[in-house]
Ligand binder design. Structure first.
Ligand SMILES: C[S@@+](CC[C@H](N)C(=O)[O-])C[C@H]1O[C@@H](n2cnc3c(N)ncnc32)[C@H](O)[C@@H]1O
Length: 211
């Protein structure tokens, strides 16, 4: 079983950039993503643990899976600061180190765009969620605008994945979630950050789907 996907340059860059992103609105989006979550949560690709402080008290336990060693170490450091119990585990989305049917909620936050085996990952999330469990997602998405889609595809074929930890911007998380058999309950599309010029990573989707 593969548990580690080291990306030392990306992890350093992400840790430097993310505080600014939190300030300009990402922290609010994380709160929106996690509001109302309850029970046992599996968070996949938790990074350095930026969601941990936003879990409401109705969450009893978070199992946070992260394959990048530097980010995982930072997440382990952040876990005790959260108001809910957080356990950090090594592993990948494609082979989750989590028991079947053990989770009430699964969380994907800016992760699916970097996962190579998206269908396998979503199959794993269905496996670990109890029937009727929720998948909460906040993800980059392919643009609705045709010109931006072209720009995304050029970015994905050139430097973007190298600079952004394997991220591909022209992915379709909503379609992937539906194809995996989840029923999408609600979804909101928006640009983040709100810039004068849209960039490949601007379009996002935030929503909830049921297993
Ligand atoms: C942009 S970061 C987002 C981190 C965190 N979720 C957040 O919201 O700040 C993308 C994360 O996905 C993780 N990742 C990449 N490929 C993965 C995979 N196959 N399985 C699980 N996580 C993966 C990376 O290690 C990284 O932590």
């Amino acid at each position: 079983m593969v548990t580690d996907l080291p990306r030392p340059l990306f992890s350093r860059w992400y840790r430097r950039l993310s505080p600014r992103m939190e300030e300009v609105g990402m922290a609010g989006l994380r709160r929106e993503l996690l509001a109302g979550a309850r029970g046992v949560v599996v968070e996949v690709g938790c990074g350095d643990g930026l969601n941990f402080g936003h879990y409401p008290e109705t969450v009893t336990r978070v199992v946070a899976v992260e394959p990048e060693p530097t980010l995982r170490a930072a997440a382990e450091h952040a876990a005790p600061e959260a108001q809910v119990a957080v356990e950090v585990r090594a592993g990948t989305a494609e082979q989750l180190p989590v028991e079947s049917g053990s989770a009430d909620v699964a969380v994907l936050c800016l992760v699916l765009c970097s996962v190579r085996g998206r269908a396998a990952a979503l199959g794993e999330l269905r496996r670990v969620l109890r029937p009727g469990g929720e998948l909460r997602f906040l993800e980059h998405t392919i643009a609705e605008d045709r010109r931006l889609r072209v720009v995304q595809r050029i970015a994905d074929a050139t430097l973007w994945p190298l600079l952004a930890g394997g991220c591909h911007t022209a992915t379709d998380p909503l379609g992937d979630v539906e194809r995996a058999g989840f029923a999408v309950q609600r979804v909101r599309r928006f640009d983040f950050p709100e810039l004068a010029v849209r960039v490949p990573a601007s379009p996002h989707v935030l929503g909830v789907a049921v297993a």
